[in-house]
Design a protein around this ligand. Structure first.
Ligand SMILES: [Ca+2]
Ligand SMILES: [Ca+2]
Ligand SMILES: [Ca+2]
Length: 88
């Protein structure tokens, strides 16, 4: 009797379960957040320290919490002096 098996390599984010484990691979780094490429919120699915629940340290050049910029979600407002109009 012939016995053979074929091992399929899972291709992430394509909606197809190639390796027959029951689901498409949408979280390659295992941080619990699906990739943005699979309609999730993880902006870097190759780094488990980057995901929307991560603490983003300002000034390190990394957007660790996937909000689009390095640092916290709020920005300091720069106060401007009001412009005075001269009477004409
Ligand atoms: Ca797949
Ligand atoms: Ca990640
Ligand atoms: Ca950020």
């Amino acid at each position: 009797m012939w016995w053979f098996s074929i091992v399929f390599t899972e291709i992430p984010y394509d909606g197809i379960d190639q390796d027959l484990d029951g689901a498409d691979l949408v979280d390659q780094d295992g941080d619990g957040e699906p990739s943005v490429l699979a309609w999730g919120r993880d902006c870097n699915d190759r780094d488990p320290t980057v995901h929307p629940r991560a603490r983003d340290v300002p000034g390190d050049g990394r957007d660790s919490d996937c909000d689009g910029s390095d640092g916290p979600r709020f920005r300091l407002l720069r106060l401007q002096r009001p412009r005075m109009r001269r009477p004409s």
